[in-house]
Every structure is written in C-alpha cells, then in structure tokens.
Design a protein around this ligand. Structure first.
Ligand code: 03F
Length: 209
C-alpha cells in the first residue's frame, strides 16, 4: 500500500539549504493526486504545478553540480538574469510552486486539526477557503478569484478527499489523518525554509495574475 502521504519529504539540514534533487523527487508525487479527484476542473491547477516542477528540473538538469541546492539556483539566476530577476527562470517557477505548497500545507493542517463547518460537516470548503485566503488569494486578480470560487464547488467532500490521499484505497479516517500529521513535519519545514529564502534574498514579488 503506497499512499501519497508515504512519499515523505526529506528532513532539511541545519543550514536549511534544500537539496534540489531530493526536493524535485518529493514534489513529483504531488500532481498525481489530482487524478484521484476524478474531475477535469482541477486540470489547470495540475498543469500549473507540473509546469513549475518541469521548469525547475530543466535548470537543475542543465548543471546538477552548479544547481545542487535551491539556494544555489536563486543565487546563480540572480547574476544570470540581471534586472529581470526574480521574475525569471526557476526562481519564478519556485516562487509560484511554493505558494501551491503552502496552500496544500494549510489545507492539510486544517483537516488534521479537525476544523469543520458545523452547518456542512461533510464538506471541506471551509478548509480550502482558509488555505486559499492565506496562500494564494492576494496574488490573484478578480477573474482568477472567481475561478477559485467555481473550483470550490467541484471540490470533493471530506471522505472522498481523504480517500484520494490514500490513492482511493479504503483507509480509516484516523489512520489517514495520522499520516497527514507525519507528512506535514518535513513538508512544512521545507515550505518554511523556501519562504525564508525568498524573504532573505529579496526574491519575493507581489504582482497579481
Ligand atoms: C500563476 C497562477 N498560478 C496561474 O495563473 C493560476 C492557475 C490556476 C489557479 C486556479 C485557482 C484555484 C486554486 C484552488 C483550487 C482549490 C481546489 C481544491 C481541491 C481539493 C504562474 O501562474 C506560473 O505558475 C509561473 O510558472 C509563471 O511563470 O506570472 C507565472 C507568470 O504565472 C497559481 O496561482 C498557482 C496555483 C497553485 C494552486 C495549488 C492548489 C493545490 C490544490 C489542491 C491540492 C490538494 C492537496 C494535495 C495533497 C497531496 C499530499 C500528498
């Protein structure tokens, strides 16, 4: 039985420099989650995440020694792209990818914490909305915000979502949630370290799409 959640992210080292190869391997398991949701509505989101992974991988593959860590990619691209940076290359791809990862983190945390809408306890709209408001909303103009609202209605109910996390195998809710909590440990540390890196390197942008 291989659950999506069994693909743990590696622990991050003390200096918080994230190994590019290990990171790419871990994120590569995420897009297949959308296939378990059984709705085409999520295809653009899957494509966006996949596209960003592909962009980062292309840079890494061009020189695996030079781009051994995510920090090295940002530093090298800063000098390669000049005034275009950080709106360029793998730096831009990771800037957006990390927002999707933060969304996933907050959504999973909220589910693991048992946050529910008492009027709609079988749905997870409240958890998805929380994740969206904190991770993505401020980078979206009103048209994309409307797309989000539409996607919300296609979102699976709580039990189907948890089942999708288990690759559609029958797993007890509590077992699934305990895997979620375990998964979140290294995942959150990784996402936090990437955010910190963007902040420290002055690489974060706040334009809207
Ligand atoms: C900008 C932008 N990307 C893109 O334009 C928008 C794409 C679609 C946005 C749709 C909004 C709805 C999101 C929430 C839906 C909720 C569904 C819930 C289902 C359960 C950037 O794109 C490019 O990325 C960059 O490369 C380019 O160069 O300006 C740049 C140029 O534009 C985004 O806003 C990123 C969107 C990421 C969304 C991630 C959502 C993840 C949703 C569900 C994950 C479920 C949890 C899985 C857990 C698995 C655990 C193992």
């Amino acid at each position: 039985m291989t659950l999506l959640l069994d693909n743990q992210f590696p622990p991050i080292p003390e200096n918080k420099e994230i190994d590019t190869k290990g990171f790419l391997e871990s994120v590569s398991h995420l897009p297949s989650f959308f296939d378990c949701l059984g709705s085409k509505v999520f295809a653009p989101i899957k494509a966006d995440i996949n596209g960003n992974i592909t962009k980062i991988k292309a840079v890494y593959d061009s020189d695996p020694v030079k781009f051994e860590t995510l920090q090295q990619i940002l530093l090298a691209e800063k000098s390669i792209h000049g005034s275009e940076w950080p709106k360029a290359g793998a730096t831009l791809a990771l800037m957006w990818l990390k927002r999707g990862l933060r969304f996933i983190q907050i959504l999973l945390e909220s589910l693991a914490d048992g946050e529910r809408d008492d009027n709609n306890p079988i749905l997870i709209r409240i958890n998805i909305t929380k994740a969206y408001d904190q991770a993505l909303k401020s980078y979206h103009g009103w048209i994309v915000q409307k797309v989000f609202k539409a996607a919300l209605f296609a979102a699976p109910c709580r039990s189907d979502f948890l089942k999708a996390l288990s690759k559609n195998q029958e797993v007890a809710e509590e077992d699934c949630l305990s895997k979620v909590r375990q998964f979140l440990i290294n995942f959150t540390a990784t996402v936090d370290a990437i955010y910190e890196m963007y902040y420290t390197m002055n690489a974060e942008l706040d334009y809207q799409v």
